[in-house]
Design a protein around this ligand. Structure first.
Ligand code: COA
Length: 255
């Protein structure tokens, strides 16, 4: 069964991340399916808005930690990088409904979307540094702009989980919505976007994104190249090995 479910209804293309047994961790196949869904949305005149959500109690735990070795071989050409390029280039508005964990790319993808609704149980995290890696999806550029440098520094350097309220204060989240209403609320917003004059919506999004788009593309490339290097580093091997072996990492021997 596919771990990414896509359907279009009432001019809204809905994407469900559906790999609950791995907390919706994103595999290469899932990234490819997501990139295809974003491309399909832009190509289909019947689609006017997108809605992305996870399964009950979980948005996504981010990149599948086991697949990081795959990225090590060809970070720039990986399905993950194709997904990142697709979300940066999306022409139609994207609404996200976030409940439970939103880790790594589960948080950084939101910086590219338009309306982000979070349940009080949402737990965001940017654990790139604790994993011996570094930020992706141009988050090293976008988060300081959205949140201010000091708030971004706390979230990106310490890499600890943070609440929906903190995400709201940092500007990552549009609104906090009761858990039981989250998906309906987000769907209603997507339907409202879909009912608006479509060219006006697309052009307004394009105008808001235009100034930063070249810098975003450039930063994504730079981060991906550095990310590939970090994946080969002894620090990342220790951190990722510790996750897979369910133990605490030890960075004391590194300089
Ligand atoms: N990649 C691969 N497997 C993952 C995963 C990921 N990103 N996130 C969770 N899983 C797996 C766990 O290994 C576990 O598998 P198992 O049942 O075979 O042991 C299963 O999903 C359930 O995860 P678990 O950690 O038991 O759930 P939890 O509710 O206690 O915690 C998270 C949820 C998301 C907070 C936690 O799993 C986590 O921190 N995951 C890693 C996130 C991460 O570092 N992502 C990379 C970002 S760059």
């Amino acid at each position: 069964m596919s771990h990414v479910r896509v359907e279009t209804q009432d001019r809204v293309l809905r994407i469900e991340l559906a790999r609950p047994e791995k907390k919706n961790a994103l595999s290469p196949d899932m990234y490819a399916a997501l990139a295809a869904a974003f491309a399909a949305a832009d190509a289909d005149a019947n689609v006017r808005a997108m809605l992305i959500h996870g399964t009950s109690g979980c948005f996504t735990s981010g990149n599948d930690v086991r697949d990081f070795l795959e990225l090590e071989r060809a970070p720039g050409a990986s399905p993950a990088s194709g997904f990142l390029r697709a979300i940066a280039a999306a022409q139609k508005p994207v609404v996200a409904a976030v409940g439970g964990p939103a880790v790594g790319v589960g948080t950084t993808m939101l910086l590219h979307f338009d309306l982000i609704f979070a349940a009080p149980n949402a737990r965001f995290q940017l654990p790139f540094v604790p994993l011996g890696l570094l930020p992706e999806a141009a988050s090293s550029l976008l988060l300081p702009m959205v949140a201010g440098y000091q708030r971004a520094a706390e979230l990106l350097l310490l890499g600890q989980p943070f609440t929906a309220e903190k995400a709201l204060a940092a500007g990552i989240v549009t609104e906090i919505v009761p858990q039981a209403e989250l998906l309906d609320y987000a769907r209603t917003a997507a339907l409202a976007l879909a009912a608006l004059p479509p060219a006006s919506v697309r052009m307004t999004k394009a105008l808001m994104k235009r100034a930063l788009a070249p810098a975003v593309r450039e930063r994504m490339q730079e981060e991906l190249a550095l990310f590939g290097e970090r994946l080969k580093s002894p620090e990342a091997k220790e951190a990722l090995g510790a996750f897979l072996e369910k133990r605490k990492p030890d960075f004391s021997r590194f300089s």
